[in-house]
Design a protein around this ligand. Structure first.
Ligand SMILES: [Zn+2]
Ligand SMILES: [Zn+2]
Length: 159
């Protein structure tokens, strides 16, 4: 099957859930916060931020698991009900209209490298960042980082 450059399919580990992100994300974060490290077991998580309307299930279903988050306001993690692998998250600032898709659960994660590395104040130092990448100690001002098109998409998604 030919790969549409704007289409990113994903799956859980047991294969019960197959997902599709049907748009290029608004932005891709590599989050180095301690919460993401604990949830992933790795040094950071890569999240593709996209309108929930652009994320569909090709197969199966997900359960939304309420999970504590750094804000104290929790996040909801969409997990396979069988193998519990996470496909995406919803955060309280945007709610269920925005998905933070776990890039590592996509079939071709290398197609979506991070646009920005966040919370690098808690980054694990043994893994150097590539030279020249955009990296911030905590978070950033979207007006300075997001493209105008992406900011318009975000506003439209939350309208
Ligand atoms: Zn599964
Ligand atoms: Zn994080």
């Amino acid at each position: 099957m030919a790969q549409d450059p704007d289409t990113h399919d994903g799956r859980c580990s047991c294969g019960f859930v197959r997902s599709r992100m049907a748009s290029t994300p608004m932005i891709v974060h590599a989050c180095h916060c301690t919460w993401c490290q604990r949830e992933s077991g790795g040094p950071f998580v890569v999240n593709a931020v996209v309108e929930a309307a652009r994320v569909t299930l090709l197969q199966g279903e997900v359960h939304l698991v309420v999970t504590p988050s750094a804000s104290g306001r929790n996040q909801k993690i969409a997990r396979c009900p069988r193998c519990q692998v996470a496909l995406w998250s919803h955060y309280p600032n945007a709610g269920e209209r925005i998905c933070f898709v776990r890039v590592g659960a996509l079939d071709a994660p290398a197609r979506l490298p991070p646009d920005v590395h966040i919370f690098t104040s808690t980054r694990q130092a043994w893994l150097p960042l590539p030279p020249g990448v955009l990296a911030v100690p905590e978070f950033y001002d979207p007006a300075q980082v997001w493209s105008p098109d992406a900011r318009a998409r975000w506003r439209a998604a939350l309208a």
